[in-house]
Design a protein around this ligand. Sequence first.
Ligand SMILES: Nc1nc2c(ncn2[C@@H]2O[C@H](COP(=O)(O)OP(=O)(O)OP(=O)(O)O)[C@@H](O)[C@H]2O)c(=O)[nH]1
Ligand SMILES: [Mg+2]
Length: 367
Amino acid sequence: MQIAIVGLAGAGKTTVFNTLTRGHAETGGFGGLTLNVGVVKVPDERLERLAEIFKPKKIVQADVTYVDLPAPPASSEGRIGTEELPAEHLARLRDADALLHVVRAFEDPNHPHPAGSVDPARDLEQLDLEFILADLAMADRRLERLKGTGRHGTPAEREAAEREEGILVRLKAALEVGRPIRDEQLDPAEEKALRGFRFLSQKPVLVLLNVGEGDLGAASALVERVTAGYPHRHALVDALSARIEMELGELEPDEALVFMEELGIAESSLGRVIRLSYQLLGLISFLTAGPDEVRAWPIVDGSTAVEAAGVIHTDLAHGFIRAETVSYEDLLSLGSLPEARRAGRLRSEGKTYRVRDGDVVEILFSR
Ligand SMILES: Nc1nc2c(ncn2[C@@H]2O[C@H](COP(=O)(O)OP(=O)(O)OP(=O)(O)O)[C@@H](O)[C@H]2O)c(=O)[nH]1
Ligand SMILES: [Mg+2]
């Protein structure tokens, strides 16, 4: 799973990236056109509790990859354009499963905002519009090409082209009035037909308002205001102070607690941001537990037992017999797998069972 960190110049993207990945990439625009990539473990306290029961050799958390992209360059007319991104960056952006859109909400007299004022709603809309324009250009190009196929192809090709054209015309109409593709209700067949385009405005987005150190108290009111003006599907809005989070990340845990107390903050936003991006991707975790390892595996919500088996190893999917399953809560309260079996809470599930978040699963398979 890949999440691309996007945002206007100087919004705090690299600071957020460093916070999430505990990295030390250069901030303040010195990075120029460098692209940063880092892997983040998804915190899951259930793993520690299971480890108390199974005493495994190791604990393996689910992970998500974050890619920090430089802001699209501003053109001479003051417009920013995704078409001006280096090809490698654009490819990374298109490949991402979701976007983390960092928006500047902090005041800093030493770094005045290039637009002259700090206005998160305006900035949010500006980059969204660039993505919408990029998608519109792509839809237009494809529609042009389809006109050719529509006349010359075989009947089957012509029919497919017509269907695709129908969807694209509809999307184009939405994009032209500034509506992102993520707002469109698409059926699974349409979804599939569009997958290859990797439209930017179709990706789920977590908007992260980067507030100043002194403004954390007002952050939830700001989140509410921005959310009210952002009524989109597959979108979440949250706030953090990237600068504080980065500093917290550099402290020892007990020092961090003292610092947080001084600032009057109860919890670091970091875990929350990681969890929210996981949730935004529609991911849940199922767990495996044994003497070797206790592990969380990310799967798309709604996946079946045989699909979950395939995430562990393709052999497990091919030779799938059944999935011995118990919920995390039942396992924890009953204390062990044998006890769970005795209590009738360890169930045998077949291929089509829909795996739930926190299911502790053992796949039985034949080679
Ligand atoms: N005061 C304050 N400054 C911040 C905060 N977050 C980031 N900055 C500063 O803003 C500047 C830009 O931050 P970066 O993280 O480099 O922003 P970016 O979006 O990666 O910038 P580009 O990659 O150049 O587009 C740096 O000087 C940061 O130290 C914040 O919460 N408060
Ligand atoms: Mg940067």
